[in-house]
Ligand binder design. Structure first.
Ligand SMILES: [Zn+2]
Length: 347
């Protein structure tokens, strides 16, 4: 997926980038915002390829010239991607210093060098300040792109120096079609995955590969069974999930579709579904449509305020997890809170 035309959706972002490419003086810094897996990195690569293509057509790369071929084979020297090292939680100042050193030399072979910072919001304060200097006076021939989910987590001085390019979640139908085409997934499963992905084709594809569907079943059942558990058992469950996730963190980098963040997203979708059922909303609005009977049964007895509080508790957990290291504590608090709110239903 390296040319603009191969990226699913994001027509507005693509159109904007093609327009700025045609300008005599192209702005040098961009802030790509949007949920994970929505196409930010693919678009940064497509931009790199189009900018350096020898025979581009209507702003898109040809895919055949020497420059495009290098990009496709992963041997293009002027595309730099900076991301968190697997054993670290942040992008460190050393990494930005290395980058700044590299940028001082002219691009190796191409017209433009593109440098992409992945998850820019996890730069340390020192790293962000060092990067800010580069943003203020970038050496010529360099395009800087920052990827982020939430621009509010970045220094305002960084945000104000970048052209903002927003990436929107895709319609569920487009993602379901993609899954059916690329992964041969049956219609019902494709719809569930598309909805649970929150409009992210990247996440949906990843979820279709692993054992996400079985995990989701397990997570939803443990949530449904929560009111019947003793406090001790509930805490055990919270610890078990946090512990498994810690192991996964050290085993491999990158976001996993079967880790705690994915579980919390599934739990959140459950409470949203209960609210939809309680409000008498139509069945097609349900994310977990394959659980509609169970949802109906639980929603009948549910207290609306407690459902809303449950969504808020999960929101809070998601924020806490991205800020603090202590997963166990966050999970213990969250599971007990959800249990307390569900117990009140008498379910
Ligand atoms: Zn080309």
């Amino acid at each position: 997926m390296l040319s603009f035309s191969q990226i699913l959706g994001q027509e507005k972002a693509k159109r904007f980038l093609k327009q700025v490419m045609a300008r005599e003086k192209m702005p040098h810094a961009y802030l790509f915002t949007g949920i994970a897996g929505v196409g930010k990195t693919s678009t940064a690569m497509a931009l790199t390829m189009a900018l350096n293509c020898d025979s581009s057509v209507e702003g898109d790369s040809c895919g055949k010239c020497p420059s495009c071929r290098k990009m496709i084979s992963g041997n293009f020297p002027d595309f730099i991607s900076v991301s968190r090292r697997p054993d670290k939680n942040n992008i460190l100042i050393e990494q930005i210093k290395d980058l700044n050193r590299e940028l001082r030399f002219a691009p190796v072979s191409a017209r433009y060098r593109v440098c992409l910072i992945q998850q820019a919001e996890i730069m340390t304060v020192e790293a962000a300040n060092s990067f800010l200097k580069t943003l203020e006076e970038p050496p010529p021939g360099n395009i800087l792109i920052l990827n982020t989910v939430e621009p509010r987590d970045l220094l305002p001085t960084i945000v104000s120096r970048c052209q903002r390019v927003s990436f929107s979640p895709l319609p569920f139908k487009d993602i379901a079609d993609l899954l059916a085409k690329e992964r041969n997934v049956d219609k019902e499963t494709a719809e569930v995955l598309a909805k649970v992905s929150g409009g992210s084709p990247g996440r949906a594809l990843k979820m279709s590969e692993g054992n996400f569907l079985e995990k989701r079943q397990e997570w939803l059942l443990s949530l449904v069974n929560l009111p019947g558990l003793s406090k001790e058992k509930a805490i055990d469950m919270a610890f078990e999930y946090a512990e498994k996730d810690k192991k996964k963190d050290t085993e491999r980098s990158g976001s996993s579709e079967t880790g705690v963040p994915a579980m919390l997203a599934v739990w959140e979708s459950w409470y949203r579904d209960l609210l939809v059922v309680r409000a008498g909303g139509p069945a097609h609005l349900l994310i977990n449509a394959d659980f509609s009977q169970k949802l109906k049964k639980i929603a009948e007895k549910a207290i609306i305020k407690n459902l809303i509080d449950s969504v808020l508790a999960i929101d809070r957990a998601q924020q806490d997890l991205s800020r603090y290291r202590n997963k166990k504590l966050v999970m213990e608090y969250t599971v007990l809170r959800l249990k307390h709110l569900a117990d009140a239903h008498g379910a």
